[in-house]
Design a protein around this ligand. Structure first.
Ligand code: HEC
Ligand code: HEC
Ligand code: HEC
Ligand code: HEC
Ligand code: HEC
Length: 227
């Protein structure tokens, strides 16, 4: 076959093919708004989930990397060795330096974090400025006695597995309100999503009220939580 014949045949085949699958102009155009919407939606998600949180939240390391795990073995009375109720029913919260110094006047081991802790806090007698992950705004009244003694709730129900942790996690707070991120939760949208099914994932007003309603049958008046 000569090359012209080949070309003619090829053209004929092309035309045939074109006839079999005709491309009607405009049939795909309906995809444009859908694609535009998808791109817009994905970029919004990106801004909302990836860019916005680091802008909104600032992060600080705890002053000492304290291991609950190590100390669970070191103390006699478990959590109550450090977090106990005083005689008047008030909760001791995070233990003061005095409690730590009972054991750490001198180094107990070779741990680098312990050496740092003794040098920076025990020797100069300086209290450790811990960040409290669960810290609520000032207007909120919260009593541990009501929940732990009367309500018989476990610490982990509201705090998660802090008591078993080997390291302190960074403390994150909202740059605008200065509230701890643990209050508003790890999800910007404010909804509990997949995997966020625990009580301790978030402790906003509605979350407190939800448990109250479940356990006592009523949401409670404003003045219950706001004195
Ligand atoms: C009942 C005794 C006891 C008390 C009270 C105690 N510790 Fe310890 N601590 C230990 C022992 C034991 C170790 C392990 C020592 C080692 O092997 O280095 C340890 C280790 C440490 C370490 C190094 C390991 C780590 O956790 O990163 C730090 C830091 C520390 N303690 C800080 C504290 C602080 C802060 C307090 C007070 C809130 C405190 N300890 C109270 C006994 C105690
Ligand atoms: C040796 C003293 C010690 C013992 C024992 C101890 N803790 Fe702590 N706990 C601390 C210190 C110091 C902090 C502050 C540093 C931190 O957040 O880890 C703390 C912080 C916490 C917090 C964080 C509160 C917040 O929102 O910031 C919780 C919850 C907690 N402890 C629960 C427990 C539980 C549960 C146990 C028993 C399994 C326990 N602790 C045993 C010393 C202790
Ligand atoms: C019903 C939920 C709930 C339970 C149960 C609970 N906590 Fe808390 N905890 C909170 C809240 C909310 C705060 C913050 C209170 C505030 O800001 O006034 C807090 C604060 C704390 C703090 C920091 C206090 C401070 O001011 O230094 C410690 C430590 C702590 N809890 C330990 C515990 C331990 C240990 C238990 C178990 C014996 C426990 N919590 C049980 C909700 C709870
Ligand atoms: C997991 C369940 C649960 C969660 C979460 C919870 N509570 Fe409660 N709360 C209770 C129960 C149960 C009682 C009732 C205790 C009783 O009187 O027997 C109670 C009682 C109270 C009381 C009344 C104390 C009194 O003087 O009678 C206050 C105030 C309170 N809660 C505040 C809060 C706040 C603020 C939050 C959120 C930061 C919160 N609670 C989260 C279960 C919960
Ligand atoms: C079960 C406890 C509880 C009850 C009941 C409750 N609140 Fe709250 N409220 C909270 C907690 C916890 C916060 C802080 C976390 C947040 O902002 O969601 C809060 C925050 C607020 C704030 C925002 C304050 C700030 O500084 O961010 C306002 C306003 C408020 N509550 C008003 C009310 C009013 C009005 C009622 C009665 C209709 C009410 N609350 C009932 C627990 C409660």
């Amino acid at each position: 076959m000569s090359t012209t014949e080949e070309k003619e045949q090829a053209i004929a085949e092309d035309e045939q093919a074109a006839e079999v699958t005709p491309v009607k102009p405009g049939t795909w155009r309906f995809l444009i708004p859908i694609a535009a919407f998808a791109v817009g939606f994905v970029s919004l998600l990106f801004v909302g989930w990836v860019i916005f949180p680091p802008l909104l939240y600032s992060e600080k390391e705890q002053p000492v990397d304290f291991s609950h795990k190590i100390h669970q073995e070191a103390v006699d009375e478990g959590c109550e060795s450090c977090h106990f109720f005083r005689e008047d029913g008030s909760f001791s919260g995070i233990p003061g330096l005095e409690n730590c110094a009972e054991c750490h006047e001198e180094p107990m081991g070779e741990h680098r974090e312990e050496a740092k802790f003794i040098k920076e806090y025990v020797e100069p007698g300086k209290e450790i400025p811990w960040y409290v992950y669960a810290r609520q705004p000032q207007c909120v009244f919260f009593s541990h006695a009501a929940h732990v003694k009367m309500g018989e709730l476990e610490c982990a129900t509201c705090h998660g597995p802090v008591g078993d942790s080997d390291h302190t996690r960074p403390y994150q707070y909202n740059r605008l309100t200065k509230y701890s991120r643990d209050i508003w939760g790890w999800n910007i949208a404010g909804y509990k999503l997949f995997g966020q099914k625990n009580t301790w994932d978030r402790m906003k007003m509605d979350d407190c009220a939800k448990c109250h309603e479940e356990m006592t049958g009523e949401k409670g008046a404003c003045f219950v939580c706001h004195k």
